[in-house]
Ligand binder design. Structure first.
Ligand SMILES: *[C@@H]1O[C@H](CO)[C@@H](O)[C@H](O)[C@H]1NC(C)=O
Ligand SMILES: *[C@@H]1O[C@H](CO)[C@@H](O)[C@H](O)[C@H]1NC(C)=O
Ligand SMILES: *[C@@H]1O[C@H](CO)[C@@H](O)[C@H](O)[C@H]1NC(C)=O
Ligand SMILES: *[C@@H]1O[C@H](CO)[C@@H](O)[C@H](O)[C@H]1NC(C)=O
Length: 378
């Protein structure tokens, strides 16, 4: 008994470190029909940022409608910063690739947190179960191209970038990238990245073989809590942000705001909160104005899995089970918008807030996700 326990620990450690990753910058041509939000001006100061938050969180107000003056085509050749990982010693075996789209407040490192020797790494867990992963910084953020915060970096443009990146991986047209041709592609998102994954399959159902929506529901009633709780400040005034973010790129105000948005008290390591705060990433006003512009129906025909922390703020208002009896949970109500899905399951991860990957039991969530994929042939 004692010996096999030690053996197991040794194997786990071996698996965790047994990965090969490649960092790359992919040039992606992107065209989208974006909103033109010229009825409001881009907030320049922190006072302006708070004024926008007050507007956006006022009851019965639709800030998107208030700001929208029309639509325009936005087009460009953009840099997407990505990291491709595969297990060590893989041959040319058939494998499933997971394309990982992060949420607001993070970049692609959300999926492979270096904290505590990658103890919280989603990527390590996926690799240990035979998957390959491609995590990327969403267009507009991190090491990917930045742009105009209001009329350019919106969910519409980012969605087309994800679609184009996926096509390029499927066609094998990313030159010199070391990406091995996958037999199937699963898209996994967190929060805003889940909304992107949802939008991708609503618009281009053939681009994905299965989707995992983490930190997500179809209920937009609690967005005001996110906007208010964030206490958004201009990223360009944040001394720790060593980058060229322009006006209208907002980060959460301080560590308390970060905790409110992403963490469930008592169920995380306080030093990991400090790490998240030190590495936090911005959101754009354009994203905030378009995050709720999702197709109301999704005809995707593959398997769909939603997993959300029971104490999630932005998509559950702090309690995913408080439905007043209308459905099993708030995320479970999304079943109705996936009439063609080959399988649908919504799972509530206990003792967890919105930032699932930063909680003590993150690996419990990773197991649930991969068990679902395995059960559905992915
Ligand atoms: C808010 O306005 C936008 C733009 O007109 C529209 O697409 C969206 O459906 C509206 N949202 C709600 C909840 O009415
Ligand atoms: C981190 O490692 C410890 C044991 O060293 C383990 O108990 C814990 O569950 C791990 N946390 C995560 C998120 O993997
Ligand atoms: C969102 O969830 C709340 C709380 O369960 C519920 O009252 C409301 O009807 C839901 N809204 C939608 C659009 O499902
Ligand atoms: C950890 O997560 C797993 C999978 O969701 C769950 O079964 C288990 O109860 C969780 N443990 C705790 C202590 O929350």
């Amino acid at each position: 008994m004692h010996v096999s326990r030690i053996g197991l620990v040794a194997i786990t450690a071996g698996v965790a470190s047994a990965k090969t990753c490649y960092d790359m910058t992919v040039q992606v041509p992107v065209t989208a029909r974006n909103g033109v939000f010229d009825k409001i001006s881009t907030p320049q100061t922190n006072i302006d940022a708070t004024a926008f938050a007050l507007h956006a969180s006022t009851q019965a107000v639709n800030v998107t409608a208030d700001a929208l003056s029309g639509y325009a085509t936005v087009s460009g050749l953009y840099d997407i910063s990505a990291q491709y990982c595969m297990p060590d010693n893989v041959g040319d075996n058939a494998h499933v690739l997971q394309i990982l789209t992060h949420g607001m407040g993070f970049d692609k490192s959300y999926w492979d947190l270096p904290y505590e020797n990658h103890n919280y790494s989603y990527v390590d867990h996926a690799l240990s179960r035979g998957y390959h992963t491609l995590a990327y910084d969403r267009l507009g953020l991190g090491k990917s191209s930045h742009g105009d915060a209001k009329n350019e970096i919106q969910s519409f443009l980012e969605l087309e970038a994800l679609a184009q990146l996926t096509r390029m991986v499927r066609e094998g047209s990313i030159s010199d990238s070391c990406i091995k041709q996958p037999s199937k592609i699963v898209h996994v998102g967190h929060s805003f990245g889940s909304a992107q994954t949802y939008g991708l399959t609503a618009k281009y159902p053939d681009l994905s073989d299965g989707i995992i929506l983490t930190g997500f529901s179809m209920n937009a009633s609690f967005m005001g809590m996110f906007i208010s709780g964030a206490n958004f400040q201009q990223a360009r005034f944040n001394k720790r942000q060593e980058s060229d973010y322009s006006a209208g790129y907002f980060t959460s105000g301080d560590i308390g705001n970060n905790m409110y948005l992403y963490f469930a008290p008592g169920h995380f390591d306080i030093d990991l909160l400090a790490f998240a705060e030190a590495t936090k990433q911005p959101s754009t006003i354009g994203e905030l104005l378009t995050v709720a512009s999702m197709a109301p129906l999704n005809k995707f025909a593959g398997p769909v899995y939603i997993i959300n922390g029971d104490k999630d703020i932005p998509f559950c208002g702090g309690d995913c089970f408080a439905t007043g009896g209308t459905s099993e949970s708030i995320p479970a109500a999304a079943k109705a918008v996936f009439p063609s899905a080959s399988a649908f399951s919504a799972y509530i991860q206990p003792n967890t807030g919105h930032g699932i990957n930063l909680h003590h039991n993150a690996t419990g969530a990773y197991q649930q996700i991969h068990d679902f994929l395995g059960t559905h042939g992915l």
